[in-house]
Design a binder for this molecule. Sequence first.
Ligand code: ATP
Ligand code: MG
Length: 429
Amino acid sequence: MSKSLQAIRGMNDILPEQTPLWRYFEGTVARLLDNYGYKQIRMPIVEFTELFKRSIGEVTDIVEKEMYTFEDRNGDSLTLRPEGTAACVRAVLEHGITGGGQVQKLWYIGPMFRHERPQKGRYRQFHQIGLEVFNLDGPDIDAELIIMTWRLWGELGIRDAVKLELNSLGTSESRGRYREALVEYLSAHHDKLDEDSQRRLKTNPLRVLDTKNADTQAVLVDAPKMADYLDDESRAHFEGLKARLDAVGIPYVLNPKLVRGLDYYSKTVFEWVTDKLGAQGTVCAGGRYDGLVEQMGGKPTTGVGFAMGIERLVLMLETLELIPEEISRQVDVYLCAFGEEAELAGLALAERVRDQLPNLRLQVNAGAGSFKSQFKKADKSGALYALILGDDEMAQQVVGFKPLRGQGEQQSIAWDALAAHLATCVVQG
Ligand code: ATP
Ligand code: MG
């Protein structure tokens, strides 16, 4: 194929053989979120560039080098959203739905765009399910977010393959004091830091903690610890969160170097990480951002949220071979009809059955064909049963009912009794 007809690097098609797994994953999450009382919000994929600069922070990887930014026909600078929180905050402010302390528990799903180096688990268009809670400031809601994801891992069967890392960045006051101490320490070891960290020391010193450079990591061993700088409020919040995780029995590891890539976090930060995906180990990440709404021009409004990467979680289910068998079957029953008269009767019969069994996945053969070819298609569809309408069946007003997987003889079922019969042998979603 000519080069111009290829998809953009790092932007993937999700092909029909993959969509059942995506829909299973998305459906499982959506059901959980419903059950915990979260409501879906849908935001545009494009926003004014300024929104992301103001919320994510000018000196983050995302804003510095990962955004898809362009000028539209009006000359406005627009950006394909690299994450969901900024747009969600903009939306709640614009519509006034967090005013007066109104609690909002919101979730969203959709594509995000970052110009990163594509590799396994890292793409330029990827998909997140994210969630934001406004106006609940206690550790109980931080705990709920984590408990809910723990339940999700349980339902997917991946609890043993993920680990919860936890840290507190404290209130902005305690983080400010810590930043000062860290800058003082790192400045004293300036020459031993890698170039990126030297730069970050000036622009965003906390991000130095995040470095992958071994020399800088060695310097960090004796660096001041955030935990020693938490004020009473931050400490109580963090203890409150840990107590709740302990009560539910969720294991966690404290990681004092966990700072997260975005500027806006405060107090709780967490990541669910796995060693099953190579370098792209974080499958879900989030934290509290009590200052963000105000920073974006709203009244003081606390917030906490997370986002999970759908590609990485789907990849995990594939890698660990945890794809439920039933999701790959997309047809329950396949109707074969031979001859024009049978075809017309079959269509009408199929619609009657669908009236009575709206969840039945009934496929009617299209394109006619011989007995042999229709049977081949029925089998290939993955259906459990074939329904057969030929001359004999037409004469008797019955349909042949033939199990395609495993045992069982073909039977004749009267047209009027077909829906009732199917209801007893096909488990419907
Ligand atoms: P990473 O450290 O892997 O770059 P991040 O801190 O930039 O992740 P977040 O902004 O916190 O990621 O996004 C939340 C989640 O979205 C990540 O934990 C990951 O699962 C997923 N994610 C982020 N960037 C990508 C990407 N380029 N491709 C696929 N998934 C991604
Ligand atoms: Mg990143």
